[in-house]
Design a protein around this ligand. Sequence first.
Ligand SMILES: Nc1ncnc2c1ncn2[C@@H]1O[C@H](COP(=O)(O)OP(=O)(O)O)[C@@H](O)[C@H]1O
Ligand SMILES: [Mg+2]
Length: 343
Amino acid sequence: MNPRVEGQQTAATPAVNSGARVISVGGGKGGVGKSFMVANLATCLARAGYRVIVVDCDLEGANLHTVVGAHAPVSSLADFVAQRVDDLGKLVFDTPIEGLQLIAGTHANLSDAQPTHLRRVRLMRALRRLQADFVILDLGAGVHSAVLDYFLVADDGLVVCSPEPTSVENAYTFLRAAFYRRMRLAMVGHGVRKLVTTAMDQRNEHGLRTPLDLLREIEAIDSADGARFVQTMREFRPRVVINNVRTAEDIKLGFAVCSVCRKYFGIDAEYLGYVNQDDDVRLSVASRKPLVEYRPKSDASIYLQRIARKLAGGRPSSFQAAAPNRVASPSGAPTPAAGSPTA
Ligand SMILES: Nc1ncnc2c1ncn2[C@@H]1O[C@H](COP(=O)(O)OP(=O)(O)O)[C@@H](O)[C@H]1O
Ligand SMILES: [Mg+2]
């Protein structure tokens, strides 16, 4: 892997689009395949002609560089967090995959791995200005406010979940926490914000159990905040991916997760796709190649390509001109039903 020695974001490089599309990959639990998903979806998009930068935001468990087959770079996001580097572009390194670059998360000071709120705001602005078509964030586990903010800043928030009760439980916890954080940030009135904070505690004494309970209370206090609440609720559309699927029941889990989100949390989640459990993943990591490169014709690779195409489908038409038709028909294109919960 070669560092981009000519100053990474060279002024001479024309920007194809006005801002990178930011995709966050989270899910609450460790080990469910977030980094696997980031590396493979990014590779699919890069192979389809898009310029992609993956960012390892998991400073406490940084390993995305290994999953994309790169060596640990000399500098990383940790330098931005610690304010040693101000220009995020200087932390972008090439990977062995053409069109795919990396901001690693290595060498963090683990006693202070999360950025302050101000630093986070700066980071989010800088991410969008990176010269790429897609910037894909690999989030850490848990529901730390920094993790939630990385998720909320994205144009697309993906929640990766495995067909295990613990993973499903953590996915709900993560989505719920992200939802309430987003709501609190959207509210203007001090009293209303306090109410949202109260509702975050599932056993709160106000009896606020669902977002609709909360909405009723908010509307009674401030109708403008009530309208903002409804609007923000509509805009919150996380996308669920089930990884490590083995059975037909596992595939159906995605529908169940989305339906629970709608029924109990008022969250309109979308089931984006699934990827099967594949023993070759281990071998692909050992050979320092994403699975879609190591076994491009495998079922799991085909499902990953399908998810990547759905993600790319959201790009504006000016962007599509930069990669004509390539995302619509990558090599090894799946049959229409493969990997798609909706097909
Ligand atoms: N679909 C899959 N089939 C087989 N192994 C997988 C699959 N997805 C992920 N893994 C393996 O599971 C482990 C955890 O994945 P990782 O992406 O590191 O999880 P996370 O980033 O959520 O902590 C890794 O060893 C990875 O190679
Ligand atoms: Mg990871």
